[in-house]
Design a protein. Structure first.
Length: 128
């Protein structure tokens, strides 16, 4: 009985600590960043919005790296794939998809960095 209680309390602690982690790429977080970004008027608010955009850019960059790694892994596996001889498109499709997703993530990261830069420059001209 005490071990079940211990396991349950550990599971609860993990759940509560994981609840504090924000998924930077979720649609809800994107809406939150957009609202903060649009409502920014003071220098402090612009700096907060810039920080949010920079965190989002870092998350997109990490996502791009994950997709590139997955594409390389799939590319290495295709040499030993017997399906490649008969249906080469079935082997190339997932690789191209991962590369496309990586490209989209890099574009989103660039866009987030540009928005962060705009907010940083707006923070220098905004009134406190």
């Amino acid at each position: 009985m005490p071990t079940r209680l211990l396991i349950a309390s550990l599971a609860l602690a993990c759940t509560l600590s994981a609840g504090n982690v924000v998924d930077q790429l979720s649609p809800q977080h994107a809406e939150f960043v957009a609202k903060k970004s649009n409502a920014a008027q003071t220098a402090k608010e612009h700096l907060e919005a810039a920080t949010l955009h920079e965190e989002r850019a870092a998350a997109f960059a990490a996502k791009a790296l994950r997709h590139e790694a997955r594409a390389e892994e799939l590319d290495k596996r295709k040499a030993h794939n017997p399906v490649r001889q008969r249906w080469p498109a079935m082997v190339e499709g997932p690789i191209e998809r991962e590369r496309h997703l990586a490209m989209q993530a890099r574009r989103a990261a660039t866009e987030s960095r540009q928005l962060a830069a705009r907010h940083r420059t707006a923070a220098t001209t905004a009134h406190s």
